[in-house]
Write a protein that binds this ligand. Structure first.
Ligand SMILES: Cc1ncc(COP(=O)(O)O)c(C=O)c1O
Length: 424
């Protein structure tokens, strides 16, 4: 007797016989409920139209990219080391680049680290993800500045972190507020994440006194510091300040930087410095699972370009006056065109300044008014951890020409005045 074939039952018939049967094919992990496309990326889609003067993105000036010297470095890599450059490689990174990073950090940041404490990563954004993956369980808390770098929140959101925000002012994170947080927070936060130099979005720099206080408090309460420093080399005024990592003599610290703002963000080359051996050895497999390793070719090209100190430092020295002039021009234009009751930060470096409009201005509403006059910025509310402050905005000064800065701020000033007069 032939055996009866089991009858194939489609999704719909299964659902009909069992109402609890889930008919969706892709059923998302719970953590995706928290993970949204960055509000900024969404805004940029609207504002980065060709005829809009945009202060919205965080882009370096492309006309300053060292294209010819970088092309030479790429050719040299392919001519001398082509096979290895195109081959799979080790997760920790290209050894000469790791060695260069340790020497570079000793030279420019007073950080004493060995090459085997340096992990080459595919952009700082990957470092945020890897540290989140390695340290954060759902519900763990991270201490962050308020307002904070959105990319960090987005990375830690994937690990279902909670945030404890610490107030900031013109000198950065306020130690008295941090102390309150450290005394009250239970259970103990897993991490203190901080951007001490030319903060994104505020442009503010953490003062030396506060650096020392924060390092001392973190040590006393046994909280690791994760120092994110993409902008440190872009200083246009004031004195260089030692990194938190250097002040803490590397104890309980993770330091991160990138070539995105000194060479070009398209490289996707950055580094984590992790002196704690156990942590380092756990972050390596986390990276391996993510991408095996950062591009063998790009690491060699960055090394070959940057190892020539005269070339690399010469390039930074060329960029600084251009950015400094754009920053000054933006501040002068704000002074000229913004109405009474508005204020802004005076960043000593980096790519952004942070402006506060009169209390009654909602910058999200203002953006639609401003985009009709073809000028754009990022409303500040997504950067505030609780999103209640509505009258701030982030303005990028690195990616527009001198003329565009003056004209864009004039249009923006007019839009604010029109808003205050009741136009929407
Ligand atoms: C504070 C901060 N961290 C990290 C990043 C990401 O940098 P990367 O291009 O190295 O991924 C940025 C980029 O704007 C940033 O502002």
């Amino acid at each position: 007797m032939p055996r009866a074939q089991p009858r194939y039952r489609g999704l719909m018939s299964l659902a009909a016989s069992d109402p609890s049967f889930d008919t969706r094919v892709f059923r998302f992990a719970a953590r995706m409920g928290r993970l949204k496309a960055s509000a900024i990326r969404e805004i940029l889609k609207v504002t980065d139209m060709p005829d809009v003067i945009s202060f919205a993105g965080g882009l370096p000036a492309p006309e300053l990219f060292p294209i010819q010297q970088f092309a030479r470095a790429c050719q040299e890599v392919l001519a001398n080391d082509g096979q290895a450059a195109l081959q799979y490689s080790v997760t920790e990174g290209y050894p000469p680049l790791r060695r260069w990073v340790s020497e570079y950090l000793a030279r420019v940041n007073e950080i004493q680290c060995t090459p085997d404490q340096v992990l080459i990563i595919s952009g700082s954004q990957q470092g945020l993800d890897l540290i989140g993956k390695t340290l954060l369980d759902p519900g763990d808390s991270v201490i962050i500045e308020n307002p904070a770098y959105l990319g960090a929140i987005q990375a830690f959101d994937a690990y279902e972190a909670q945030y404890i925000n610490v107030a900031t002012d013109d000198e950065g994170m306020i130690p008295a507020d941090l102390l309150r947080v450290l005394q009250e927070a239970k259970p103990k936060p897993k991490l203190l994440y901080i951007v001490p130099n030319f903060h994104n979005p505020t442009g503010v720099t953490l003062s030396l006194r506060r650096r020392k206080e924060i390092v001392a408090m973190a040590a006393e309460f046994g909280i690791p510091i994760f120092e994110d420093d993409p902008y440190g080399r872009l200083r246009y005024a004031g004195e260089h300040l030692p990194s938190l990592m250097a002040l803490a003599q590397s104890r309980n610290c993770i330091y991160m930087s990138t070539v995105s703002k000194t060479i070009a963000p398209g490289m996707r080359v950055a580094w984590l410095v992790i002196p704690d051996r156990e942590l380092f050895e756990r972050v390596v497999p986390a990276k391996q699972a993510a991408d095996l390793h950062t591009s063998s070719f790009t690491q060699r090209a960055v090394y070959t370009y940057a190892k020539d100190q005269a070339v690399f430092e010469g390039h930074i020295a060329e960029m600084l006056p251009v950015y400094a002039r754009r920053r000054d021009l933006m501040i002068e234009s704000l002074e000229r065109y913004m109405p009474e009751g508005s204020s802004w930060t005076h960043p000593e470096g980096g790519l952004f300044l942070w402006a506060r409009m009169p209390e009654s201005v909602d910058t999200e509403e203002l953006l639609s008014l401003a985009s009709r006059s073809k000028v754009a910025f990022v409303p500040g509310y997504p950067f505030w951890v609780n999103r209640v402050v509505r009258n701030t905005m982030r303005l990028n000064f690195s990616n527009a020409s001198d003329d565009m800065i003056v004209e864009g701020i004039r249009r923006l000033g007019d839009a604010v005045k029109a808003y205050l007069a009741g136009e929407r």
